[in-house]
Design a binder for this molecule. Structure first.
Ligand code: G6P
Length: 590
């Protein structure tokens, strides 16, 4: 991020970096321009009270929180990086893939490198090309870079921040006699809701009163967008963690998403994206938690619309030599910035596919790339572990499917009514916190946990396991219940609890058999059961009751229960819930 204006930059940079920590938090640094460029960098989190922080005076500066890719988290590898003379300072997100050859060239020319990072070539290139004009030096520098980058540059001689981007996000907030740049919206909200999104290949020159953007040396005019989030949305309020706040926001988010939802009026992409053009089916692309939303989507689309759906990890599609062409693809990405998703979207679009992005962030790269976008309106999600965005993704998928002409009127009616009850059902799960907390206390001390589900709840077993491993560091695996006997059974022991999602549908009997098999191997079973399911209760060691929803909506209540289970387990273990070890919320590198 960067600030230029009339205020002391250092405290503002630190405050803003705290709001960006979810993007990386293994080290951080700032550069402030006073009489010269002053730099402070350190390992760990911004604002750790035990650290000495020098005071750097100046009204402009840049800052960075790092998620290490090249070189371990260390003070030297932390950004900003400088050239030999310390006249230029640079912060960078992304990966410069040709940095080795650039570094060799620069070393041959006499430049000295001190870090292991790819980023350090950038200030040295700027130094090489600087002939009194910072913008021109940056423009020449980026012609040499391969890979992805969003960079912010300051120079000892200029009251300006120069920014450029390719692949990684960068947004400029327009303040009153001050301007702020950042890789995401939250730090800008203290200043403004008027923003300009930089596009790939553009360079911005920012001073406190002006923002000039150019492409290929020609100035261009960009439209100003209004952000509909506000500063309170990015506060923890009275909650101990963002994750708990975000879990508790879910009934409201669902309510908001279905308010005014009418099958006739939903202003959406119609049948364009849900068809089976050329018989090639539909492709869903996503990573992490969003991938699990895609798996639930596949189940419902195939069940209700009879359209074959492939759900692929974008990180895999991305590296395929040959793309299997599809007419329509849906990219699900909370941040809209996951590099693997963006690259695979581009590849597909190059083969002529139409893409629908389902994302939470207006102006995000995915939304600008996609043929059409469906927004989640879940508000900013700051906890690294995704919760409310997942539920919002599911709700949008349900709405999209319910709009399609292929579903029988009765089914549509029944499911639409059920959808309207979801805020209440989710609230019931939240009201059952004590029972979940008791279960969390019991499982917190195990080293391995299995999660099993069947049918539409198989992806929820994956999601439950992902959630708990992300934030509690307990090793957890999600399995399709029927697959246990094809391998994982060999790992079952009295100290391996199994969390079983028991749904009252056609999978019920098979799941009960699975539970009996697990019990006969003496592994403890914790079951997520419908309130009236006395039979399962009798068989299991621990239970979490969830409301009686229609089977197709059961992923929602089951997920919320498993989110709370992961949260309270991690809390019991004293883990840094919002900032889990080695993870970042937006993975903007491949
Ligand atoms: C990271 C986050 C996950 C998220 C995944 C995909 O790994 O830590 O919570 O599910 O990225 O992110 P996206 O923004 O594309 O949904």
């Amino acid at each position: 991020m960067g600030y230029i204006g009339n205020k002391e930059a250092q405290p503002l940079l630190f405050k803003a970096l705290k709001k960006l920590e979810y993007r990386g938090y293994d080290s951080y640094g700032i550069a402030v321009l006073g009489e010269s460029i002053g730099i402070h960098k350190d390992t760990g989190r911004v604002g750790a009270l035990t650290k000495y922080v020098p005071s750097l005076a100046g009204l402009m500066g840049i800052g960075h929180t790092r998620w290490a890719t090249h070189g371990e988290p260390s003070q030297i590898n932390a950004h900003p990086h400088t050239d030999c003379s310390g006249r230029f300072a640079v912060v960078h997100n992304g990966v410069i893939t040709n940095y080795c050859e650039l570094k060799e060239e620069l070393i041959r020319e006499g430049h000295n490198f001190i870090s292991e990072t790819d980023t350090e070539v950038i200030p040295h290139l700027i130094e090489k090309y600087y002939r009194g004009n910072l913008e021109a030096a940056c423009a020449e520098t980026i012609t040499r870079l391969k890979g992805s980058y969003a960079i912010a540059v300051i120079a000892q001689t200029n009251q300006q921040i120069v920014v450029a981007k390719n692949g990684s996000p960068l947004v400029i907030g327009l303040g009153d006699h001050e301007n702020i740049i950042a890789s995401d919206i939250p730090p800008l909200l203290d200043y403004t809701n008027r923003v300009v999104y930089l596009d790939d290949g553009e360079i911005g020159v920012i001073d406190k009163d002006n923002v000039k953007i150019s492409r290929s040396g020609k100035e261009i005019h960009k439209s100003v967008s209004l952000v509909n989030w506000n500063a309170e949305d990015v506060q923890k309020s009275d909650y101990a963690h963002f994750m708990l706040k975000e879990i508790h926001e879910q009934p409201k988010i669902i309510q908001h998403a279905i308010n005014g939802f009418s099958l006739d009026e939903f202003p959406i992409v119609g049948t364009d994206f849900m068809g089976n053009k050329g018989g090639k089916g539909l492709l869903i692309l996503a990573c992490g938690t969003s991938y699990h939303a895609g798996l639930v989507g596949k189940y419902i689309i195939e069940e209700l619309l009879d359209i074959p759906v492939r759900v692929e990890l974008a990180s895999e599609v991305n590296h395929r030599e040959r793309m299997i062409p599809v007419a329509n693809a849906i990219a699900i990405t909370q941040s809209g910035e996951t590099a693997d998703v963006l690259i695979s979207m581009k590849k597909l679009m190059d083969t002529g596919s139409l893409t629908l992005a389902i994302t939470n962030v207006r102006g995000s790269s995915a939304s600008r790339l996609a043929t059409k976008t469906l927004y989640l309106n879940a508000g900013p999600e700051l906890s690294v572990a995704a919760t409310k965005s997942f539920i919002a993704q599911l709700i949008e998928i349900y709405k999209l499917i319910l709009l399609q002409p292929g579903i029988k009127t009765d089914t549509k009616k029944q499911l639409s009514l059920e959808l309207k009850l979801m805020p209440n059902y989710v609230q019931q799960v939240l009201d059952n916190e004590q029972q979940i907390l008791d279960c969390a206390k019991q499982i917190a001390h195990y080293s391995n946990i299995f999660y099993i589900g069947r049918g539409i709840n198989y992806p929820i077993a994956l999601e439950g396991a992902l959630k708990i491993k992300e934030i509690s560091y307990i090793h957890a695996e999600g399995f399709a219940a029927g697959e246990l006997k094809h391998g994982p059974f060999s790992l079952l022991q009295p100290n391996t609890p199994v969390v079983a999602i028991v749904n009252r549908d056609f999978t019920y009997d098979a799941m009960i058999t699975n539970i009996k098999e697990i019990k006969s191997r003496k592994a403890p079973v914790m079951a997520l059961v419908r309130e009236d399911d006395r039979e399962t209760e009798k068989l299991t060691d621990m239970i979490i009751n969830v409301p009686n929803t229609h089977s197709l909506f059961s992923p929602i209540v089951n997920t919320v229960a498993l989110q709370l289970l992961a949260y309270y387990t991690a809390n019991e273990l004293g883990c840094p819930i919002d900032y889990p070890r080695n993870l970042a919320k937006s993975v903007t590198v491949e």
